[in-house]
Design a protein around this ligand. Structure first.
Ligand SMILES: Nc1ncnc2c1ncn2[C@@H]1O[C@H](COP(=O)(O)OP(=O)(O)OP(=O)(O)O)[C@@H](O)[C@H]1O
Ligand SMILES: [Mg+2]
Length: 254
């Protein structure tokens, strides 16, 4: 289990995470919902230590990882997590195969001779043929890019995968295929998943638990069923996707 306790993170005077408390259960899918700019990506970047938090704790297997400085221990923390970037973030100058084996080189002791077999196995896990390994990222569709990104994460066998908006920008069918893949990973390898999403259909389908991030704290945590039934007006507005309700969006006028 991962325990996030009283987590705080500001950018200058902008207090993005004010007091976030959340337990991530082992082997389950926890989705994080929240408006644009509410701090969802910031939260998972703090978890993987791409960002340093300003206060609070992130306890993984009984140890607070939020202040680890030692590079070896930090590498171990990062190995625990696989991170699927919001932007996909494949290296355009490398083939798909090189992208998928990238983490093996930097994060594991796996001998080079085994890379090809691992690439093939991980591509198969996300439903891609071995021939895709020779393609360049620029030759892939959006859905294939997401799947390749997932294969790259799977290659290093993380205990917990953090997905930042895995279905954004995909058509409804491809979104559903990605949702199925997330469930598949849970069933086949028992991985713990944290999924940031705006996609309510996907959230209801894949989640064991949902956390709603609002104004720097977790305003509601519960099962999909509890979210469907809730009369919390903030959550209701989000779940129903309505412009009318207590949540005021900050719109920028250019
Ligand atoms: N490195 C940074 N420096 C300064 N401000 C930042 C930085 N990263 C994020 N922010 C600010 O923190 C707030 C939260 O950003 P974050 O990316 O975590 O939101 P989000 O919930 O992931 O939004 P979205 O749904 O649009 O991806 C935003 O106002 C953003 O401008
Ligand atoms: Mg984000």
């Amino acid at each position: 289990m991962i325990e996030i306790q009283h987590l705080k993170k500001s950018f200058g005077s902008h207090h993005v995470l004010k007091d976030v408390n959340l337990n991530i259960e082992d082997g389950k899918v926890t989705s994080i919902l929240g408006g644009s700019g509410s701090g969802k990506s910031t939260l998972i970047k703090c978890m993987i230590r791409l960002l340093d938090c300003d206060g609070g704790k992130i306890v993984v297997n009984g140890r607070d990882i939020s202040r680890v400085k030692d590079p070896f221990r930090l590498a171990a923390v990062r190995r625990h997590f696989g991170y699927l970037f919001q932007e996909g973030a494949l290296f355009d100058s490398m083939t798909v195969g090189e992208n998928v084996s990238f983490g093996l080189k930097y994060l594991t002791e796996v001998p080079v001779q085994q890379y090809e077999a691992i690439v093939k196995e991980k591509l198969a896990m996300v439903g891609l043929k071995p021939s895709v390994a020779a393609l360049n990222p620029s030759e892939l569709s959006g859905g294939m890019r997401k799947r390749v990104s997932l294969a790259r994460v799977l290659a290093v066998s993380p205990k917990c995968i953090l997905y930042d908006e895995p279905t954004t920008g995909l058509d409804p069918i491809m979104s559903d295929i990605i949702s199925d893949l997330i469930l598949d990973m849970k069933k086949k390898i028992g991985v713990t998943s944290v999924v940031i999403t705006h996609d309510m259909h996907s959230a209801f389908k894949i989640s064991d638990y949902i956390a709603f991030l609002h104004e720097g704290t977790i305003m509601m945590y519960g099962t999909p069923e509890e979210f469907r039934k809730t009369d919390n007006p903030y959550v209701r507005q989000f779940v129903d996707g309505s412009s009318q309700g207590p949540i005021k969006m900050k719109l920028m006028k250019e």
